[in-house]
Structures are given as C-alpha cells and as structure tokens.
Ligand binder design. Structure first.
Ligand code: SF4
Ligand code: SF4
Length: 432
C-alpha cells in the first residue's frame, strides 16, 4: 500500500523505460577531465595543483578551509594541463583543473581519505548531496544544537521524468544504500530509518526490502512529482510539517539521497573519495543507459560514449527536464550533482517564450504548486520587477520544482520568473 502524496504536484509522462532495466556500465576514461573547484553549495575550493603536476587517482586537487564546502579529487592518474575558468552546466565559469589521464588507469585503487570519525571522513571525501542539491554532507550530519533528529529518511523517489540512476543504484547496490543509511542514523543519533521509494519502481522496493534488515523501513510512495522534494517527502512519510524557514531537523528529520548514502558508506568503510557517479544518459541518444562516469568528464564526450545524438537535438538538459538547465555548450563537465543528461527532440522541447505571455487565470499553477504559492501572481510581479509587491507572495518559499511552468497552458516561464523574484527578495532582505 503506497503512502498518500503531498498536496499539489503533477504526474508527467515518466519516460524511464529506455534506461530503467539495463545495468549500469562504466563510461570509458575520456581524453581529458575538467574538474570544477565548485561542485557544491558553499565556498569554492582553491586549486592545490599547478600545470605540469602529476596527480594520482584520489589525490586532492582543490580544497578550502570554510566550513560549508567540500574538497575535490582527481578521478584518474595523469597530468595537469590547465588551471583556469571553465563553463559549467549552471551557466557560470568556474576555476577548474584540467587533467589528461595516463593511458593505463587502475580504477580499483585510490589515495584513501584520512580521519578518525564519520564527519571527518565524509568531509575529506568531498561528499555532497548527489540528488542535485550539492549541500556538503558533513555539514548536514551535524544538525544544529538543540534539535533532535529522530528519523533519517533516504530519498529513493527519483521523481523527475527520464532519470533512473537512483533506481539502478537501489537495484545494484541495495546493501550499500542500507549501510550508508545506518551510518547516517548512528552519526546523528536517529532511532528510525525510512527509505522512501515511488511505487513505479517495484523491483527497487523489493531489492531494498530484501537488503533492509532490522530497523530499516522501506515505504512505497505515490508516484507524483515532486515527491522527492525534502518538505514533501517528510510530509508524505512522517506527516510532519517543516516549519516555515526552518531546516528539516526542526521536524526531527534528516533527508539524504540514496546515492549520497552509498558515497558516505564508501567514505567511512573504504576511505574512498567521491570521484565518480552514476549518470542517466537518455532521450535522443543511440545507446541510452546509466553510466558510471568519472567526475570531470565533458558532456560532449559522455554523449559520444552513449553513441551520439540521434537526429536534430531540440535541447540537451543537465539533470531532469522539470528543473534542469538547457545546455548552450556541451563542453561542460559532469559534476557531483549531475544525475542525468537528457536529449530532447525539437518536438519534445517546450518552446522558449518571452516573459510577457498572457495569463488566462486558469488557476492550474496554484492548484499544482506543492508549496501553496500563487505562481501566476509572483510571475506578474516579477515581470514588473516589483519586488515590494512580490515579497508578501513568499517567492522565497518556492522549492523550484517547475510544476507551475509545466502545467501553464500559455507556457509562461513561471519558474524563471519566480527564481528571479526569489533572488531579488533574498537580496533585498540581505540589505536591510
Ligand atoms: S512556485 Fe515554485 S514551488 Fe510552486 S510550483 Fe512553481 S516552482 Fe514549484
Ligand atoms: S497556469 Fe498559467 S495561465 Fe493558468 S493561472 Fe497560472 S500563469 Fe495563469
């Protein structure tokens, strides 16, 4: 029996069939890797290598002392050939280290991270939220004083259309997911561990149930986007509301993605830094599938490894199509938060429209918004750049799920407008 969903949301066509049933395979080592110094929320790293340096797999190539940050490591042995700005999927240029790999690679060995406790190892391994949030995991494992985290939730929803990397991970590495969940729970002192999986992945639910063992609950959730958003997941699983402006810990919960849990288990038990991840490559490509990709592999190389784009691409999206940015340049690197590359045909890609499309007041965006906002009104104020009028409409509460843009019949670019309003209202508050 599936747990009831949150209010609002949508059920877009899932489009997961092309990749959900084929086993994950290693993507070949590319001719060069580009490692951005910022693959996380928080302070960017500083490069600690220079052009001409030789590096080995697992060696730190960038780090910084700031608390909210995560070091970056070389996924290969090779030579540093450049250090400088490089375009990333988010559209910004970030200082990056380019490495040309040696002809022979031993992907089974690496420089181990050092540390005596879980948080130190997780920090040293450079682990961040791999569902896309990219918040440094060591910080998340240290809830604010006075807040009692009674339940650890692992997010196995993977509610974005097209993406199946977490699905395959739960099938192929179920026991590692559980190992990570137990480490997280023990670290924060949580008594309960719940892994939430959407009902459209019955094989993953069965595999996780088999691996779970005592004290780990596997709960099936209604398939509805954005079921994997933190607040919606906590509500669906625990019927607890995260108070406005507070962290999930205020509701006694801590949420990690299933891939992050495996990375944590690898850091703590194997002392392994984060150097690769599973990426779904799908849509109009010759060989859609899930690939274990060395971080820093360029999207252009990854698409080639997947047999290349078939036909005329309408849009190449980094991540899922509900929230992921369309890539203007394919020479951007795969980073710690890169869950997928989706190639849409011109027919499938929604038209890009101006920000002055008419609102016909159909109410669909308000009905669909899982945060109970009024997207059409925020969009209107954002069009006028009237941030004083936008502020009481709470754009800051927007979780940027993209449901409003998806359901709007006149294709108003609501998500972009609301992001604009959110940033402006936050900046306004910062100036006060
Ligand atoms: S306003 Fe924000 S939270 Fe609401 S549907 Fe739009 S993107 Fe999602
Ligand atoms: S869905 Fe679009 S047309 Fe309908 S109320 Fe919202 S903004 Fe207006």
């Amino acid at each position: 029996m599936s747990k009831a969903a949150f209010k609002g949301g949508v059920h877009p066509p899932e489009r997961k069939e092309a990749t959900s049933s084929s086993a994950t395979q290693w993507a070949p080592v590319p001719g060069r890797l580009v490692i951005p110094m910022s693959q996380h929320l928080g302070a960017p790293c500083q490069p600690v290598v220079a052009v001409g340096d030789r590096v080995v797999r697992g060696q730190v190539v960038g780090t910084v002392d700031a608390m909210v940050s995560a070091p970056v490591h070389s996924p290969v042995s090779g030579e540093v050939t450049a250090v400088g700005p490089w375009l990333t999927a988010g559209g910004t240029r970030v200082t990056s280290v380019t490495i040309v790999p040696d002809a022979e690679q031993d992907l089974d060995s690496f420089v181990p991270v050092e540390g005596d406790d879980v948080r130190t190892l997780v920090r040293a391994a450079g682990i961040v939220g791999m569902g896309g949030a990219t918040f440094p995991s060591a910080v998340k494992l240290t809830p604010p004083k006075g807040l009692d985290v009674s339940t650890v939730i692992l997010n196995g929803c993977e509610c974005e259309p097209f993406l199946t990397c977490d699905h395959r991970l739960m099938l192929e590495e179920s026991e590692r997911v559980v190992a990570g969940a137990r480490i997280i729970a023990e670290t924060v002192g949580a008594k309960r561990v719940v892994i939430g999986i959407e009902a459209n992945k019955p094989d993953a639910i069965a595999a996780m149930q088999k691996a779970a063992g005592d004290g780990v609950e596997i709960l099936s959730l209604v398939t509805r986007y954005p079921q994997g958003a933190e607040k919606q997941l906590i509500w669906a699983l625990l019927r607890r509301e995260v108070p406005h402006g507070k962290l999930p810990a205020a509701a006694g919960a801590l949420v990690h993605n299933v891939a992050t849990a495996v990375a944590i288990a690898d850091a703590v038990e194997l002392h392994k830094p984060l150097m690769e991840r599973i990426v779904t490559v799908t849509g109009r490509v010759a060989r859609p599938g899930n690939y274990r990709v060395l971080l820093g592999t360029l999207v252009s190389d990854l698409l080639e490894m997947a047999g290349g784009i078939v036909g005329e691409p309408g849009r190449v999206i980094a991540g899922g199509p509900m929230t992921g940015p369309a890539l203007g340049d394919l020479d951007v690197p795969i980073a710690k938060g890169s869950s997928g590359i989706v190639v849409l045909s011109p027919d499938e890609a929604a038209p890009l429209v101006d920000d002055d499309q008419p609102c016909i007041r159909c109410g669909r965006c308000t009905e669909g918004c899982p945060m109970f906002l009024q997207p059409f009104q925020i969009g209107t104020q954002a069009n006028r750049r009237d941030w004083t009028a936008a502020e009481p409409l709470h754009p800051v509460d927007c979780i940027e799920c993209g449901v409003c843009s998806y359901v709007c019949p006149t294709k108003r670019p609501l998500l972009q407008l609301i992001r604009l309003a959110k940033a402006a209202v936050i900046a306004k508050g910062a100036k006060l």
